[in-house]
Ligand binder design. Structure first.
Ligand SMILES: Nc1ncnc2c1ncn2[C@@H]1O[C@H](COP(=O)(O)OP(=O)(O)OP(=O)(O)O)[C@@H](O)[C@H]1O
Length: 701
């Protein structure tokens, strides 16, 4: 396949069609007529102008009961003197839109085209020259068979395309090309729901409100908003239920999770709402209830775009507009009822008692065994629509928006300055709270590990009980228990955190991309949430093993051992976090970590005299916190000891008479105590900085 030449800009003006000069008022008049389904007039009379601003009490503030609010919004045109979609409603138009997926991007599943020794990236066109418009107060359904390009089109419109996707064409919101502001202006309900399962519904909503709403919004208002939203989405009775992960006993159903995702997006009262298959997995009653909630939301001025799979007849008729896609092209866009008439006109009359949506999608789908014929039929319908009157009216509306954007005297309101985002620390604290709840509520993470630590400490302590004496054998036993104290606080925690980032990565990416928080805040919150466990565990372990084994009975020696063990556990966890952030999967992280473990162990000072290591590897102990901890703990045990006895029976045993000689035997030095502790603090910071940088780099891809 030859790769098409595409520009890498998201939107641009290469395809802009030139329009004749037009006054602002004439354009508004024309737009108004087009939106109301009338043909373009040959001349525009300025006396027939409509007011620019909706009058007080118009449908923007109070929609007519049962009336077509989309018509209502279309006739209430916004002012073109400023750009303020939150005040005026958002008109989203897209023109000549093409979306390409490059090889290697999510879902492409191929690595490109190989030519000779070089690999040329392959590019697949998913959306092919699509144009359309959504006005405030309109509920529009994107429909089509599986693979038609619904999700791709919607994510491009919402400015949420996955990495590796190239978007070409114009996408404008009230005349402004879409950009990062879409994360603030619009909500996006994803097809797959991602939550922190250990939170309850109310906790999740409260957390989201704290991070997404203006920081001046008080507790009472937040509580009231959450109560209203849970009521509206039918989740009020689940407010105290944990969201849960698959396999948990107490959890929300798939449909409830979908509604929770929906309620979360409504917190910010988005002007534009994108819903990727919101009814999938819901029974017909719940699906209808959800679409009816969407209808109500549209009546209040939100422009809503949904992708939807084979809706029931009733659901189909609830949408103001439908856009039918076939192989990335538009086969029809307009009112649902008119879609049936258009298809009937071109030889696809829906039989009576047939689900219309199913019929229309079936007419555009590729039938197995008849691929070429069905593709030809779908292309024919797309071609017929492209030259239809409905497409012409749509094009006038789109061109007017583009024209107004180009020639209008817009005053772009920096709407983001109107909302005060939470402070860095505030967001970090809320993230820490959420991470802490996860740690506390997941017994496998915390309690089981603590119990395991106590059991190992008891076992190790009892095995060494009575062996710590001022003899040559006692020296060996002392160094042995110190190694147990260090290794037990190294390997288990290091491997335990390996899954932290890969497991939560999809949720983290979604939340950071939507501007909920920054990588630094997420990283710091996770580290802080781990801290209580990382202090408690080594202290409990040392407390039990130290006194059972009867190591040096001075407060100083105990304190140094406890501090060193705590630092060991924290550095190990930091190292685990670094490997976890650096690699995309647990097996990959493990594959690299195991060889690193061996370096740590070999250079700990137990297995080899560090001075005798080959010159090329002599730098390795400097990155080994096991060596630093071993030296610090050994100094605490042997510093100032002078009463060691030698064996009179076995002259093959070495004879070390003082603590100084013991330390020298292991290539340790009394003067290095504080140096060792500071080296561990440095390693802790270094690993975390590296871990953060790797995680941050992933978000930039
Ligand atoms: N990153 C990608 N790389 C290559 N092909 C892709 C990529 N993303 C989507 N596609 C392809 O583009 C086509 C449209 O995908 P899309 O997910 O938009 O379809 P859809 O209409 O939403 O389907 P469904 O209803 O099954 O979710 C599919 O054939 C899909 O395999």
């Amino acid at each position: 396949m030859s790769a098409p030449q595409v520009s890498t800009r998201r939107t641009g003006g290469t395809s802009r069609k030139s329009l004749p000069p037009m006054t602002k008022q004439s354009a508004i008049k024309l737009l108004n007529m087009v939106a109301n389904g009338r043909k373009r007039p040959s001349s525009i009379n300025d006396q027939q102008l409509v007011p620019l601003e909706p009058p007080p009490g118009s449908c923007l503030s109070s929609p007519p009961p049962g009336g077509s609010s989309s018509r209502c919004y279309q006739s209430s045109l916004r002012s073109y003197s400023k750009w303020s979609p939150t005040e005026q409603g958002a008109t989203l138009v897209w023109r000549d839109l093409c979306v390409y997926a490059t090889a290697g991007s999510a879902g492409s599943g191929d690595g490109g085209v190989r030519t000779g020794n070089t690999q040329r990236p392959s590019i697949k066109r998913i959306i092919n020259n699509v144009s359309g418009a959504v006005t405030p107060g309109t509920l529009i359904a994107l429909m089509g068979s599986s693979g038609a390009g619904k999700s791709t089109l919607m994510s491009a419109l919402a400015y949420r395309t996955p990495p590796g996707t190239v978007v070409q064409g114009d996408i404008l919101v009230n005349g402004q090309p879409v950009g990062p502001y879409m994360y603030r202006l619009s909500g996006f309900v994803h097809q797959d729901d991602l939550f922190v399962g250990s939170l309850t519904v109310h906790e999740h909503m409260y957390f989201m409100a704290k991070l997404r709403l203006d920081r001046r919004v008080g507790h009472r208002t937040i509580d009231q908003t959450i109560r209203d939203l849970l009521e509206r989405t039918g989740l009020a009775r689940c407010a105290r239920t944990r969201i849960g992960e698959a396999g948990d006993g107490k959890m929300l159903s798939g449909g409830e999770k979908k509604r929770l995702a929906f309620a979360t997006e409504l917190l910010t009262k988005p002007t534009l709402l994108f819903c990727d298959e919101p009814t999938t997995g819901l029974d017909s009653f719940s699906a209808q209830a959800l679409v009816s909630t969407l209808q109500q939301l549209a009546r209040r001025g939100t422009a809503i775009i949904c992708t939807i799979h084979q809706p029931s007849s009733q659901l189909f008729s609830m949408f103001d507009q439908v856009m039918l896609l076939a192989e990335g092209r538009v086969a029809y866009a307009g009112r649902p009822h008119d879609a049936l008439a258009f298809f009937a006109q071109h030889g696809h009359a829906c039989p009576p008692n047939y689900n219309p949506a199913e019929y229309l999608i079936g007419a555009l789908a590729t039938a197995p065994g008849y691929e070429q014929a069905s593709q030809r039929a779908a292309h024919r319908l797309c071609d017929l629509y492209a030259v239809s009157e409905a497409a012409g009216q749509r094009d006038v509306l789109i061109n007017l928006e583009v024209h107004m954007a180009e020639s209008g005297d817009y005053r772009v309101t920096e709407e983001q300055h109107l909302t005060r985002r939470p402070h860095w620390l505030h967001t970090t604290l809320w993230l820490t709270y959420r991470a802490l709840l996860t740690v506390v509520r997941d017994p496998t993470v915390q309690y089981k590990r603590l119990l395991q630590k106590i059991a190992i400490a008891l076992m190790a302590g009892l095995c060494f009980a009575g062996t710590i004496e001022p003899t040559q054998l006692g020296i060996q036993a002392t160094q042995g228990i110190l190694f147990i104290l260090i290794s037990e606080n190294t390997f288990t925690p290091m491997y335990a955190v390996l899954s932290v980032f890969p497991e939560t990565f999809p949720l983290f990416m979604r939340e950071t991309k939507s501007g909920l928080y920054r990588t630094s805040q997420y990283y710091v919150a996770n580290v802080v949430a781990m801290l209580p466990g990382l202090v408690l565990e080594p202290l409990v372990f040392v407390l039990i093993a130290y006194w059972l084994a009867a190591l040096r009975p001075t407060l100083y020696a105990f304190a140094v051992t406890a501090i060193a063990a705590t630092l060991v556990m924290n550095v190990s966890t930091a190292c685990g976090c670094f490997f976890s952030a650096a690699f995309n999967s647990l097996p990959l992280a493990m594959a690299y970590l195991v060889p690193f473990d061996y370096i740590l162990m070999i250079t700990s000072g137990v297995f080899i005299h560090l001075n005798t290591m080959p010159a090329a590897t002599r730098w390795l102990p400097y990155i080994s916190w096991m060596m630093y901890a071993n030296e610090a703990m050994s100094i605490a045990q042997w510093d100032g000891v002078t009463n060691l006895t030698c064996s009179t029976v076995d002259d093959k045993l070495p004879c070390l008479r003082t603590g100084h000689e013991v330390l020298e035997h292991y290539s340790f030095d009394e003067a290095h105590l504080s140096l060792n502790l500071w080296a561990m603090v440095l390693l802790y910071c270094g690993f975390h900085v590296l871990g953060y940088l790797f995680l941050w780099r992933k978000t930039k891809r």
